[in-house]
Design a protein around this ligand. Structure first.
Ligand code: PEP
Length: 260
């Protein structure tokens, strides 16, 4: 269901100093320069907060640069949090919200993510929202129901004209950080199609078609090409396999080849 450029991105989590982040960005851009048709993909990186400004500068407008989280309030007594106003100053393009690790270690709920989505849209960012079922949900046969409930809460009261800015990362929690998760192309296709149907119920058919739905969870050089060519995904969201610029570049090259 891809309508635009293939979206390929990576979240660095709590890794990389400013120097390492800039070095990675320069190396990645240098490698992308060697590819034909690199404009067929939009690449994004999500550094830790401390490196956002430096990466944004080093990326020369060629990469989208994101933040890994954001508070819903503009300012206030929220020790340790970062607001949309602060991220706006850094020129971030997107904000990742509701990653499985935010939910697991920081008790973030779908209702929290909904508030953050509204703030992100208000400040002009693209919210990149992570949804996905736990292994237990899958085993009990309620994986689809789980993602539908997530979509319903997270996108409640979102205006249809915001749809082109919404990015949903379908990330089955049991595949994140796993070795050989072996998710299966058919499974990804089915779950992403179900997410799109759930979005249709929220936003209507034509707006839902404008939402970008990407896949994440043990994406690597072995499965990237098949995922982009056979699962119907709009892109890939990569952790470990993209933490070295050379590896990410190889994955981008394989994806470009796969879309022909
Ligand atoms: C993630 O953390 O969202 C992720 C997809 O990680 P990995 O690619 O390492 O499984």
């Amino acid at each position: 269901m891809r309508t635009g450029r293939l979206l390929l991105g990576t979240n660095w989590k709590m890794n990389k100093t400013i120097r390492e982040s800039v070095d990675y960005t320069r190396r990645l851009l240098g490698l992308l320069d060697r590819f034909d048709r690199s404009d067929a993909v939009q690449v994004f990186v999500i550094p830790p907060y401390t490196a956002i400004e430096a990466v944004k500068r080093a990326s020369e407008g060629r990469l989208w640069v994101g933040a890994q989280n954001m508070h819903w309030a503009e300012r206030g007594a929220y020790t340790g949090e970062i607001s949309a106003l602060m991220l706006q100053e850094l020129g971030v393009d997107l904000v990742e919200l509701g990653h499985a690790e935010r939910r697991r270690y920081f008790n973030e709920t779908d209702a929290d993510v909904n508030r953050k989505v509204h703030t992100a849209l208000q400040y002009g960012f693209k919210p990149l929202v992570c949804v996905g079922e736990q292994l237990e949900d899958k085993r009990r046969g309620i994986g689809k129901e789980t993602v539908k409930n997530q979509v319903r809460t997270i996108f409640a009261n979102v205006e249809t004209d915001c749809a082109p800015r919404l990015i949903v990362a379908y990330e089955p929690v049991w595949a994140i950080g796993a070795e050989h998760a072996d998710v299966g192309i058919e499974y990804v296709r089915e779950m992403q199609a179900y997410i799109r149907t759930s979005l249709e119920e929220m936003l209507g058919r034509s707006a839902a078609a404008m939402v970008t739905v990407i896949y994440g969870g043990d994406v690597n050089l072995r499965n990237a090409a098949t995922l982009v060519s056979e699962s119907g995904t709009d892109g890939l969201f990569v952790g470990r396999a993209a933490w070295e610029a050379e590896n990410f570049a190889e994955l981008i090259r394989a994806s470009l080849k796969a879309i022909g």
